[in-house]
Design a protein around this ligand. Structure first.
Ligand code: CP3
Length: 326
C-alpha cells in the first residue's frame, strides 16, 4: 500500500477505503526500546543530537508501521532556543526558568541558529523515512503556560493586554520555527493548543484565536493541523486550517456534519481504551472507523497523547485493525 495515505487524507483525497494512522506521542516511554535508550541518554540529550532525533523519530515507524512519523522533540525546546533553561525530571512536569514577569519580553532573534541541531535531525530522519514526517510546535497560549510567572490565569486576569502582546510575539517566533521545519523536510505541521482545555469560550476567543489565526496565515508551505482538547474545534474551523485534531469527548461523525470538507479531521480514539483488552480495543477501533467510513479526509489518531503505561501489543492491535479495515 502506498505511503502517501496521510498526505492524501490531509487533502481530502483518500479513497483507498482505510484511513492513515499515527498516534500523538508515538515515540515515547511506553516503548521498551525507548526506555532502553533513556538508560543511556537523558531526554534532552536525545532531543539535542541529530542522529538520535533521527533514530527515535523512526523507531515507532519500524516497530508499528504508522503511516506518518512525528519529529522527536518537545514543545519546550523552542523556549530553550529563546534562552530559557529546561528541566525534565522523571515523573514530574517539566519546568522552565527563569519565569517571565509582566515587565519582560521575549525575543526570537537567534532561534533558528540555536535549533540547527533539530533541523539537521529533521533532514536525517527524512532521508531514512519512506513516509511523511510531521513537524510541530505548541501554540502560544500553551507555550506561555510554561513560561509566565504566576501562570496564565494570573496574566489573563491581571494584565490581559500585556499577555496578548506576549502571545503575538510568540506567534511570530513559532511561525519562523515551523517554516524552518518545513524547509528542513517536514511534510506537515501540527500545532498543539493542549493547555486550552479549561478556558471559557470567551477566553479562547480572546487569548488563543488571534495567534492561531496568525499561525494558520503564516505557515502555508505545508498542511497545518490544529489540535486542542474540548469544544474549541468549532471556532478553530473558522480559521480554515488543513485539518483539525479532536479529542474523544466528541463524535467525529457529528463534527463532520458541522465541518464540511476540505477541512480534514483527525482523532479521536480515547487513549485510556488502549489500556484495555485487545478484543475490546479492536471492537472500539472498528466502531470509530465505521463512523468515518468513506470519509476521504479522515486520519485515525488518539484524542490526546498515548499514555506511558500502554502495552505495545495493544498499539499493534490498533494499527493492524486500521490497516485491515475495508
Ligand atoms: O509525539 C511524539 O512522539 C513526538 C514528540 C513529542 C513529545 N512531546 C516528546 C516527549 C511531542 C509532539 C510532545 C508535545 C508536548 N510536550 C506537549 C503537547 C502535546 C500534549 O501531549 O498535550 C506538551 C504539553 C509537552 C510538555 C511535556 N513534555 C510534558 C508535560 C512532559 C512530561 C510528561 C510526559 O508526557 O512525558 C514532557 C516530556 C516528554 N515529551 C517525553 C517525551 C517522549 C518524556 C520524556 C522522558 O523520556 O522522560
Amino acid at each position: 500500500m502506498g505511503h502517501d495515505l496521510f498526505l492524501k487524507a490531509l487533502r481530502g483525497e483518500n479513497h483507498t477505503g482505510r484511513p492513515p494512522v499515527w498516534l500523538m506521542r508515538q515515540a515515547g516511554r511506553y516503548m521498551a526500546s525507548y526506555q532502553k535508550l533513556r538508560k543511556q541518554y537523558s531526554f534532552l540529550e536525545l532531543c539535542h543530537t541529530p542522529r538520535l532525533i533521527q533514530h527515535v523519530t523512526t523507531l515507532p515507524i519500524d516497530t508499528f508501521g504508522f503511516d506518518a512519523a512525528i519529529l522527536f522533540s518537545d514543545i519546550l525546546l523552542l523556549l530553550e532556543a529563546m534562552g530559557f533553561t529546561l528541566s525534565y525530571e522523571d515523573g514530574k512536569a517539566p519546568t522552565v526558568t527563569p519565569r517571565l514577569s509582566f515587565r519582560d519580553s521575549v525575543q526570537g532573534d537567534h532561534i533558528l541558529e540555536r535549533l540547527a541541531y533539530q533541523f539537521e535531525g529533521i533532514q536525517l530522519a527524512k532521508k531514512s523515512l519512506d513516509r511523511p514526517l510531521i513537524g510541530f510546535s505548541a501554540a502560544p497560549f500553551t507555550l506561555a503556560g510554561y513560561l509566565v510567572e504566576g501562570g496564565t490565569k494570573k496574566w489573563m486576569d491581571e494584565s490581559p493586554q500585556r499577555f496578548e502582546e506576549l502571545l503575538t510575539s510568540l506567534a511570530d517566533i513559532i511561525i519562523s520555527y515551523c517554516n524552518e521545519q518545513i524547509t528542513s523536510g517536514c511534510d506537515a505541521i501540527q500545532i498543539f493548543e493542549s493547555a486550552a482545555l479549561p478556558l471559557t469560550a470567551e477566553q479562547f476567543r480572546q487569548f488563543c484565536m488571534p495567534s492561531l489565526r496568525k499561525i494558520v496565515e503564516g505557515v502555508r508551505a505545508a498542511p497545518l493541523i490544529l489540535f486542542a482538547r474540548g469544544p474549541f474545534w468549532e471556532s478553530m474551523a473558522h480559521l480554515e486550517p488543513t485539518a483539525l485534531s479532536l479529542d474523544w469527548q466528541c463524535s467525529l461523525a457529528e463534527v463532520r456534519k458541522k465541518i464540511p470538507r476540505p477541512i480534514a479531521l483527525q482523532g479521536n480514539f480515547d487513549p485510556h481504551l488502549l489500556l484495555d483488552e485487545p478484543l475490546e480495543i479492536e471492537q472500539a477501533v472498528k466502531t470509530l472507523l465505521e463512523s468515518m467510513r468513506n470519509d476521504p479526509g479522515y486520519m485515525c489518531n488518539l484524542g490526546h497523547g498515548i499514555l506511558p503505561g500502554t502495552p505495545e501489543k495493544n498499539v499493534h492491535v490498533l494499527v493492524n485493525t486500521v490497516r485491515e479495515f475495508s
